[in-house]
Design a protein around this ligand. Structure first.
Ligand SMILES: CCCO[C@@H]1O[C@H](CO)[C@@H](O[C@@H]2O[C@H](CO)[C@H](O)[C@H](OCc3cn(Cc4ccccc4)nn3)[C@H]2O)[C@H](O)[C@H]1NC(C)=O
Length: 135
């Protein structure tokens, strides 16, 4: 299991509130992920930019996970990331969808599980977290 990722539990993020993750993409990043949901097995959103992994090149893969089972992947057309970038990722949600705001890109992902609060945040892979903010 990859070590050293940030994990925050016992959160109580409500619809309309923002989770902001600031950090730096490693210079040789293969990929990273930001997961939000109930816990590691039940995710509203697995946000997974892939520079070069799992056969994907410069592709954002999003998915949900329901009690350990991955849902259907969504692949986002744009890839506004470069190795070494310092970025801020803002995630918010409503009862119907999650919204991801990035530099130069914003998109929605369905709230497939109808999650009413976010209790769990994890950042994995080739991304060095500098700060997180809940607003
Ligand atoms: C073409 C037939 C096989 O399909 C492939 O099936 C793979 C296995 O299910 C898919 O890869 C998985 O996609 C999931 C999202 O749908 C997750 O991204 C799975 O990774 C979970 C994970 C996170 N981490 C931590 C991490 C995250 C980022 C960087 C480094 C470590 N380690 N494993 C990742 O293994 C992969 O996205 C999927 N590719 C396609 C094109 O469908």
């Amino acid at each position: 299991y990859p070590s050293g990722g940030l994990v925050v539990t016992q959160l109580d993020i409500q619809p309309g509130e923002c989770i902001k993750v600031k950090g730096k993409i490693l210079p040789d990043a293969k990929g990273f992920a930001v997961n939000v949901g109930k816990d590691s097995s039940t995710l509203m959103l697995h946000f997974n930019p892939r520079f070069n992994c799992h056969g994907d090149v410069n592709t954002i893969v999003c998915n949900s996970k329901d009690d350990g089972t991955w849902g259907q992947e969504d692949r986002i057309a744009d890839f506004p990331f470069q190795h070494g970038d310092k970025i801020e990722i803002c995630i918010s949600f409503s009862e119907t969808e999650a919204t991801v705001k990035l530099p130069e890109l914003e998109f929605q992902f369905p709230n497939r599980l109808g999650m009413e609060k976010i209790q769990y945040l994890a950042v994995e892979g080739d991304f060095k977290v500098k700060a997180i903010k809940f607003s």
